[in-house]
Design a protein around this ligand. Structure first.
Ligand code: NAD
Length: 415
């Protein structure tokens, strides 16, 4: 089977879900395409005086259920096809966890590794000024994603506020000092753990006896690792872009965090075996968590995955061909659109707090997040069981049905 592009792959999963609910062909056509795709030039003055002319994108997939919502990533592979795919995933994700948002995504095709803070700030401000006319507190609300963080959101918020007045609700994942929500930074990891725990309970799997391997040690991977370690679950393998480490009796997560903080290679961890990223995915373990980039589980390696559960923390880590192989092999895949939705649930809480000018405690944030994630899992798992389909197909069906219902009520094709 030829390698599908990210958007082609997302479309395969979308059509599988749509088929399960017998979605009308014309709604399939509407929902298979983006509402709006904005491509902009981002000229970046580098510290050495030279000019880097990058491409940036904001794709708004669908807003039938609420304002467009989705992160912004800085990555060389964040081209229009990838951003388009990620925007559509956001539409299904926000619907699956039933938050009142649509789906969007943004990206700049740059490698920010080694860029100074001043260069990143100029990049962010320049990009914001090129796309701010399509953003809005009730229109389109960005958030962090790969290689962007709370500081980047602060610059985005400031640049937007220079044009439109003080607008903390224009982004989520902001620093707490600017109206960010305590709990948001760890929300994706916390949501992953809640979903994994709900799955384990249903499958009579004792989480404390499982071994977990995580690819990616950024916001999502590291927060999940911290929470798993705190829950007594053994994290036996971890990697970042430069490779990883393995220890059959469990890794010292606090020590790994200290290395990551100092930007030192993870393989400097004493007593652990260095491992490359391709091998990491095939390590002996119970639960494999891709938490870095898309397209890492493919037809080429799906038969070598030793885990019995794949918890998709990254977006679109599994190709459709790999998904079928894993299913045939009895490997349970807990899909991205459900598993990693804790981030957008947390973003919804933050946005709701901003527009009400009210702040929750971290405890309330975490409790409501966990409840929402467990309920969303239960809803998807019930449909999967009733229809005898994998969790991914059921999750898409749940999301698509909600978006389609809203689109119909609003009259998606009425003049
Ligand atoms: P991040 O930039 O904080 O971290 C990314 C991590 O992946 C880093 O450790 C990096 O070294 C590693 N990495 C990059 N390229 C790699 C490679 N080729 N092999 C192995 N590791 C590699 O990003 P993040 O926010 O943690 O996002 C990770 C994934 O989770 C992305 O797919 C993102 O879309 C998804 N996600 C993020 C959020 C969120 O709230 N941040 C929410 C939902 C989903």
């Amino acid at each position: 089977m030829p390698e599908l592009s990210p958007h082609e792959a997302a479309t395969v999963f979308f059509r599988n879900g749509a088929e399960l609910i017998d979605l009308e062909p014309e709604l399939i056509d509407v929902l298979a395409t983006s509402d709006r795709e904005l491509a902009v030039q981002v000229p970046i003055r580098l510290d050495d005086g030279s000019l880097l002319v990058a491409r940036g994108y904001r794709v708004q997939h669908n807003n039938a259920r609420g304002p467009y919502k989705g992160g912004i990533r800085y990555h060389p592979a964040a081209d229009l096809d990838e951003v388009r795919a990620l925007a559509s995933l956001m539409t299904w994700k926000t619907a699956i966890v039933d938050v009142p948002f649509g789906g969007a995504k943004g990206g700049i095709e740059i490698d920010p590794t080694g860029m100074s803070a001043a260069e990143l700030e100029r990049t962010t401000r320049r990009f914001t000024s090129a796309i701010h006319h399509v953003l809005g507190v009730y229109q389109d609300i960005p958030a962090p994603d790969v290689n962007t963080n709370a500081q980047v959101m602060a610059w985005l918020m400031d640049e937007y506020s220079r044009a439109y007045g003080y607008s903390p609700g224009i982004v989520t994942g902001k620093p707490v000092e600017l109206g960010g929500a305590p709990g948001r930074e760890a929300a994706t990891g916390r949501g992953l753990l809640a979903v994994l725990d709900a799955y384990a309970t249903g499958a009579s799997l004792e989480l404390a006896k499982t071994r977990v391997v995580i690819q990616g040690f950024g916001n999502v991977g590291s927060n999940l690792a911290i929470l798993l370690a705190a829950a007594g679950v053994s994290v036996v393998g971890v990697s970042d872009v430069d490779g990883g480490v393995y220890a059959s009796d469990g890794l010292d997560i606090a020590a790994l965090l200290a290395l990551a903080k100092q930007r030192r290679p993870l393989h400097e961890l004493p007593g652990a075996k260095p491992v490359d990223n391709a091998t990491l995915l095939t390590l002996e373990c119970d639960i494999l968590v891709p938490a870095a980039l898309g397209g890492v589980l493919t037809e080429a390696n799906a038969r070598d995955i030793a885990a019995t559960v794949v918890l998709e923390a990254a977006n679109h880590p599994t190709s459709p061909a790999a998904d079928s192989i894993l299913h045939e092999r009895g490997v349970v895949v807990i899909p991205d659109v459900l598993a990693n939705a804790g981030g957008v649930v947390g973003s919804y809480f933050e946005w709701a707090m901003n527009i009400q000018q009210f702040r929750w405690t971290e405890q309330r944030f975490n409790d409501e997040l966990e409840t929402r994630m467990r309920e969303s899992y239960a809803n998807v798992a019930a449909l999967a069981k009733a229809k005898s389909v994998p969790l991914r197909r059921a999750a898409y069906a749940v999301g698509i049905e909600r978006v389609a219902a809203a689109a119909k009520l609003r009259g998606y094709a009425d003049a």
